[in-house]
Design a protein around this ligand. Structure first.
Ligand SMILES: NC(=O)c1ccc[n+]([C@@H]2O[C@H](COP(=O)([O-])OP(=O)(O)OC[C@H]3O[C@@H](n4cnc5c(N)ncnc54)[C@H](OP(=O)(O)O)[C@@H]3O)[C@@H](O)[C@H]2O)c1
Length: 201
């Protein structure tokens, strides 16, 4: 058994058992000052610059999405391979168009994790993206090695929050405060964090 992020034991994944390096999981999220990330139906702000940033940093990588977030987007993410998490074995993805990325469905975290690792290797991606929502962030934050956060200068209403973070585990590596465009509803900063110690996944 390997040691998990909280010091407990975690079962080795097939990748670590085979001696292959596990590609890092990177959480990508936009978070309000009050921790809110969504209202259950969609994003609680209008920030085209953040959507563009999301597209840039996720392009060409496998993206894990909770079923509710996937349904709020309603389609495949072009140029990315989407892996939707749902416990519903009857879940059907919408038919994707020719320019849409591929969509897979996984019914548990380990299957999603292993599929994402395999797809990242096949795509030549250096990381796997965890793109929410709140339920999925909560489930995977302990396995994440990186976080790329957009800290939004708003405190919107909303029932979905980012999980509580133990910031002593994380090292801020980059912070930029882009000039918002006229279409952005608020100011924001892009802030990257690396976990201070490697995880044995
Ligand atoms: N601000 C941001 O950066 C950001 C990013 C993404 C999403 N959001 C917002 O977050 C909200 C949605 O978040 P949410 O917490 O309600 O839902 P969610 O995390 O998107 O999806 C939750 C669903 O994912 C599936 N799931 C989660 N863990 C699973 C597991 N271990 N195994 C199998 N399936 C699993 C379940 O689907 P089933 O019920 O089908 O079993 C669960 O109900 C929306 O408002 C969205 O706009 C914000």
């Amino acid at each position: 058994m390997a040691t998990g992020p909280q010091g407990g034991e975690v079962a080795p994944t097939p990748d670590s058992r085979r001696g292959r390096a596990v590609l890092p999981l990177a959480i990508v999220a936009a978070i309000g000052e009050n921790g809110v990330i969504g209202d259950g139906r969609g994003l609680p702000w209008h920030l085209p610059s953040d959507l563009k940033h999301f597209r840039t940093i996720t392009m060409g990588k496998p993206v894990l999405l909770g079923r509710r977030t996937f349904e709020s987007i309603g389609r495949a993410l072009p140029g990315r391979e989407t892996i939707v998490l749902t416990r519903d074995r009857a879940f059907q993805t919408p038919r994707s168009g020719p320019r849409d990325g591929h969509i897979s469905v996984a019914h548990d975290l380990d299957t999603a994790f292993d599929l994402a690792q395999a797809r990242a290797r096949a795509l030549g991606a250096e990381e796997v993206i965890v793109a929410g929502g709140g339920d999925l962030y909560e489930s995977l934050i302990d396995r994440a090695q990186r976080m790329r956060l957009t800290l939004v200068d708003l405190a919107p209403r909303g029932s979905v929050r980012f999980p509580v973070v133990d910031w002593s585990d994380w090292l801020e590596t980059c912070r930029v405060r882009p000039r918002p465009t006229a279409k952005d509803e608020a100011t924001f900063a892009f802030v990257d964090f690396d976990r201070r110690r490697c995880l044995s996944l």
